[in-house]
Design a protein around this ligand. Structure first.
Ligand code: NAD
Ligand code: IPM
Ligand code: MN
Length: 359
């Protein structure tokens, strides 16, 4: 039996509610499979921890996380702590500190998931977003000059290194090649006359190494329109940190909503743990009510199986999610139902058990 050590940072708001269900699913899968096991260690970090200690995580937090095989995270950020503090001192600190420079966000309309678009066939929404996750607009560089004065100016610097840009684009080409899909780059070279001109140039350069991969390139404004009007154009997509953030919430909206959108923050070299999390936040508006949709965090858990070289188990979890969505009896209010978070989690496990050896 191979045992994986998982650091759990359930975090804020609905984070702990949805993470509980993901952990139940991971444990159930492990039990059914018999060849894999999980050892979970909980870290109480987040905004409540900040209120008590003045810190979002322990000073040696990154050191503590280092030895784990993966981090499973709920959500970070809650009213009461400024977002730029809570996120930079925990979530973004981990993404950056562990060089998780690939953010994999599937935008796939699962069977049974609602879609607000008319005239679009289900299979036409099937994208794999690969978001640059370590630099770009999230470099954290800038300045705040003449604070409070009439001449006040703030600078927010995007940092696009050759290494950082090339590696994410190359990763995306490799994925597209493996999947035999096209690769679309989304940028904004017409206005961002340094960063995105550079991005486009590197995309062109790397594309020469992959003559077998069909490529497309769109400006981010047009891409946002096309994702709604003609989503089938997009298969594998590579884009910068901020554009990837925005476009994957948009993607979530056409693929069943934020309650169904999963993400994996990957350090491909495996020098550090990778981190799995739903792409939604702490949802303060529904926190504590027990009605958050746990399917996004369960889907992220399934990405963990892929990462641990057991895509068969990941596929089974995804199939169970689809079974729950198709049945429609046990879904949360965001999907038009009235089930609770834990009822949905239990229903996923019900289907996992029902089809134990199908994948
Ligand atoms: P949010 O994703 O928390 O919520 C947006 C809307 O979607 C809300 O109406 C919420 O109720 C709904 N929603 C989100 N997840 C849901 C789920 N699983 N089930 C049902 N409904 C769901 O975004 P926000 O309100 O802009 O941000 C709230 C806080 O979370 C902020 O502090 C923000 O910085 C933080 N945040 C954290 C992460 C993260 O930790 N990865 C991601 C996004 C936002
Ligand atoms: C996400 C979130 C984060 C991001 C925030 C909370 C910093 O929106 O994971 O999509 O912008 O990356
Ligand atoms: Mn986001």
């Amino acid at each position: 039996v191979k045992e994986y050590k998982i650091a759990v940072i359930a975090g804020d708001g609905i984070g702990p509610e949805v993470i509980d269900e993901g952990i139940n699913v991971l444990n159930e899968m492990a039990k059914m499979d018999g060849e894999i096991a999980f050892d979970f260690t909980y870290f109480p970090w987040g905004c409540e921890y900040y209120a008590e200690t003045g810190k979002m995580m322990d000073d040696d937090g990154m050191e503590k996380l280092k030895g784990f095989d993966a981090v499973y995270l709920g959500a970070v950020g809650f009213p009461g702590v400024p977002d730029h503090i809570s996120l930079w001192d925990l979530l973004l600190k981990i993404r950056k500190g562990f060089d998780q420079y690939i953010n994999i966000r599937p935008i796939t309309l699962l069977n049974g998931a609602p879609c607000p678009l008319e005239g679009v066939k289900r299979e036409e929404i099937d994208m794999l977003f690969i978001r640059e996750n370590s630099e770009g607009e999230y470099a954290g560089a800038g300045d705040w000059l003449f604070k409070g004065k009439p001449e006040e100016v703030v600078l927010q610097t995007g940092v696009f290194s050759r290494k950082g840009t090339e590696r994410v684009i190359r990763y995306a080409f490799e994925e597209a090649r493996k999947m035999n899909k096209s690769l679309t780059s989304i940028s904004k070279g017409n206005a961002l006359n340094y960063s995105m001109v550079f991005w486009d140039q590197i995309f062109d350069e790397v594309s020469k190494e992959y003559p077998d991969v069909q490529t497309y390139s769109y400006l981010v404004d047009a891409a946002s329109m096309l994702m709604i009007k003609d989503p089938k154009r997009f298969e594998v997509v590579v884009t910068s940190n901020l554009f990837g953030d925005i476009l994957t919430d948009l993607g979530a909206a056409i693929a069943g909503g934020l309650g169904l959108a999963a993400g994996a923050n990957i350090n491909p070299e495996r020098d550090y743990p990778s981190m799995f999390e739903p792409i939604h936040g702490s949802a303060p508006d529904i926190a504590g009510e027990g009605i958050a949709n746990p399917l996004a965090s369960i889907w992220s858990a399934s990405q963990m199986f892929d990462y641990f070289h057991r895509p068969d188990l990941g596929a089974r979890v995804l199939k169970a999610i689809e079974d729950v969505l198709t049945e429609k009896e046990y879904v949360t209010p965001d999907l038009g139902g009235n089930a609770s978070t834990s009822e949905v989690g239990a229903r996923v496990i019900h289907y996992l058990k029902k089809e134990p050896n199908e994948s």
